[in-house]
Design a protein around this ligand. Sequence first.
Ligand code: HEC
Length: 130
Amino acid sequence: MKWKKIAGACLAGYVLGMPHVADAYEGDWKRGHVYYRMVCTSCHAVKAGGPIGPNARTQAEWAAYMQANKHAKGKDSVSYYVSKPYRESIASTNKAAAKFADVPEQELFEDLKAFVSRSAKDGDAPTGCR
Ligand code: HEC
């Protein structure tokens, strides 16, 4: 299974994000990265024909996508996949979902936005490595 190998390389040396405390919440791209890779990508790798690299879109395209909040051609929403019920439903097999079980949904959504924006084609650190 080729994608597993790639995921392994990307995971190497990665430390799960530190708890984040803030007054006016600003997206934590590091936590967004962990969540994107471990929740979003682990499904895309098997169900969407392969990982979806953040660098496949520009910052503006990501902003519009996250704003529209329509996932899989409108079948469901992006926010569903950061919701607590969804995290709970996969927590027994997904370490990120378990670790971030209590993070408010809105924060996790902001974290994801920060990550995809940073990693976009025209972002500060474009990455295809999810
Ligand atoms: C349980 C599986 C699953 C999870 C979890 C999941 N996705 Fe997807 N995603 C899919 C599938 C399947 C498609 C392809 C839909 C199609 O082409 O019809 C997709 C497509 C996409 C696309 C391409 C555009 C679109 O909407 O069709 C983006 C971007 C995306 N997902 C982002 C995310 C993000 C961000 C997360 C995590 C918060 C996430 N996905 C979590 C299954 C998943």
